[in-house]
Design a protein around this ligand. Sequence first.
Ligand code: HEM
Length: 605
Amino acid sequence: MSPSIRLPEREVVLMILHELGIIFKPSLVTAFTLVILRRYADVCIPTWAIFGLTLLSLPVMHGLTVWWNNWCIARKAAQMGAVLPPRIQGRWPGGIDLLMKLTRQAETGFLSEMQWGNMQSVGRTLKMDVLWNGRYITSDASVVKAILATDFGNFVKGETFNTSMRSVLGTGVFNSDGDMWKFHRSMTRPFFTRERISHFDLFDRHAEEAMHKMKARLAEGYAVDFQDLIARFTLDSATEFLFGSCVASLSSTLPYPHTAPAHLLGQQRGASAPEAFARAFAEAQSKLNFRFRMGWLWPWFELLGSETRAPMETVDAFLDPILAAAVEKAERTKRENGGSVPENMEEIEEDETLLDHLVKYTDDRKILHDEVLNIMIAGRDTTAITLTVAIYFLSQHPEVLRRLRQEILEKVGPSRRPTYEDIREMKYLRAFINETLRLYPAVPWNVRYSVNDTVVPSPNPDKPYFIPANTPVVYSVHCMHRREEFWGPDAEAFDPDRFLDARAQRYLTPNPFVFLPFNAGPRICLGQQFAYNEMSFFLVRLLQHFDDVALREDALPPACRVPAAWAGAPGRKGVERFWPKTHLTLYAKGGLWVTMREAQNAEAI
Ligand code: HEM
């Protein structure tokens, strides 16, 4: 067989057969019934009529099924004393125009723009019918609270989500439910103790290298793509934290802006293994996002082979030797100990990495692979994009930068390494990070599937919204974080003080579910404290070295610049100078190119 021929994955074939079965079942039943009637009941039906009725049965039965389903839903809602949320319907059959609009918006629009518009016009929770399938969409904190916490058992990631994500996430913690999820979570949780997550040596080495790299490039007279730089920092930190050996992505050449001379741009061509890994990782996540948007239709786009296979081959080529070495090391240790396994698996030795820890639980390469990859996705891109947006905000708000530096210099001074206690006491720093996470949460959109028929709060306390079993409920933390009723009339403004002044007591304290960058309930982010420490540490180090940040839009390729037509649009769309996009996590289109000024005299701010 020629290597260029791509065949569909077995899973994709099965899904398509299943869908074909659903679509053509009415026609098959009609044809079968008519043939039986003609043959055995002597009913005179000409062949052309059998063909015609079989064809006609397709739209008729489909229409009847949709009508019947809607009728059942309305009846069950009434029985439960509930109502249905407002509905967004397309003009074309099956809401295909909505799907096209969603796709176009994802490509050319501002983050969440279409759904934000829908929610502003019909309400915080709505139902959208795409391809004859209803999905609920919400930015209501009380609904999100029900999904994630109070009615946790009734909302799962679900089989549909699991299947579409499996070729990348496997059955790791992000992509499993029930016992498998509990197993992943319980074997990973002990690793995130305070002692572990405040080992700052690791961050310090990589942060110093990142500063050094940045200074060298700035000295050459070029802007730096901070998104790329920080992704290397988090990749090196994550691999060292997870595997005990870092991939040294910071050691290879940083990208030059597209305007640099050809000989410099040429240096970037052959990507190093870590770079290839990072790129493949991002590509695989983009494919997953596409699948999610397409709903049940996605397998049809992968008839010629899985879209994630190529990027995952690159990812696995990078991961597999690391996993093999860890399993081998664990087996060696076991042999040296006369074949015994540690008695208390929760006990973690001083120099133990997460992978060393995981191999105590299992030597199943697939489980190890999935778990490590999930933690990489969970921990690396989220932290990197939050720091990227943080730097963007520093470039736009010099007064915030000045206050932040002041706090850093007062607390830590111009060169000392910050400690865990320093970071805990730096209130403005925490408020700054929170405000960044509020306006641009790293996971802006998420989804859960209902297990049983259920209800969630609506604006009318006497009439909750009904949600039928097995329905996707898509929740947007990004939209929730911008709602005026949850954050006040200045919800769209960037202002870290809202976490420190009376606004915190007024809005956040009585309703903590309005701020959920790390999720909530039993599936709350395991790495939250690790992330705060890593991000705080990096920001302290950065502002000890630099005292000014300037955004360099001229270094962005023109296609990645914010469209001129957005100027003056309502909300953040009208003011933003970077283009926020999302696959599983958020990213800045084309990167975030900046120049920074080295601090000459840190005491003189
Ligand atoms: C700014 C940084 C971070 C943000 C905004 C963030 C956000 C989130 C969110 C929203 C979820 C829920 C996903 C879902 O259930 O669908 C999550 C889960 C998770 N996060 Fe984080 N995260 C961050 C950093 C980290 C780090 C550094 C690690 C580990 C090194 C980590 C480990 C995890 C894990 C293991 C889960 C899965 C929890 C579960 O499903 O039980 N995260 N995170």
